[in-house]
Design a protein. Structure first.
Length: 202
């Protein structure tokens, strides 16, 4: 299962309306300190022929803490504790970890839960689609693992994230029941290696 996402944006709207999406993204990063939502993730191969769907819940707390708990089609947990990103494959009882600063390209949550938006990304408005306003964040680093991230908002609420990686694979995360600034327990972002798990440091 990949942790990167993507899409196509074609419907034209007035520039003033589109510019609002960049402002909404900045407001989101500056003012929404915590959040909880359910999500569905669809990963599409570069040729568009293969698709995989998964679902679960997403929580975050700035700075640099987030939790993806996948429940379908199989369980997987991704936790960022502020220093490392931990990935636990439940079926294999295998854990991998990576420094947070190195994990930005492998997870869209790093963009949403981080704090260096304009330092690391070039922002631009995009046409509205599917009832959402979109902003695009293109990484400034030439060696980034992904080409671009597109963030969709319904009003002021986060509704979708699309990422295209450097190989052309795309992912779409669609959020429902998003609760901005919801109380989030710090315990959600603490990861304890399960007993007997194989640990891989990256």
């Amino acid at each position: 299962m990949t942790k990167l996402l993507a899409a196509c944006l074609l419907t034209l709207v007035p520039l003033a309306a589109r510019a609002d999406a960049v402002g909404t993204l900045k407001d989101f990063v500056n003012n929404v300190k915590t959040g909880h939502a359910s999500f569905t993730q669809t990963v599409t191969s570069p040729d568009g022929a293969k698709k995989k769907t998964s679902s679960g819940t997403f929580d975050f707390a700035r700075p640099n803490r987030f939790r993806f708990a996948y429940t379908k089609p199989f369980e997987q947990l991704i936790v960022a504790d502020g220093e490392k990103v931990w990935i636990h494959d439940t079926d294999l009882n295998q854990v991998s970890s990576r420094k947070f600063s190195q994990a930005l390209g492998s997870t869209p949550a790093a963009l949403l839960a981080g704090g260096s938006l304009e330092k690391d990304f070039t922002l631009a408005p995009l046409p509205a689609r599917d009832g959402l306003e979109w902003a695009q964040a293109t990484p400034k680093a030439q060696d980034s693992a992904f080409k671009s991230v597109r963030i969709g908002f319904k009003g002021r609420d986060l509704a979708a994230v699309e990422i295209t990686d450097s190989f052309g694979q795309s992912s779409l995360l669609q959020f429902t029941q998003f609760a901005p600034n919801a109380p989030v327990s710090p315990e959600l972002f603490k990861f304890t290696v399960p007993k007997g798990a194989d640990v891989i440091e990256q």
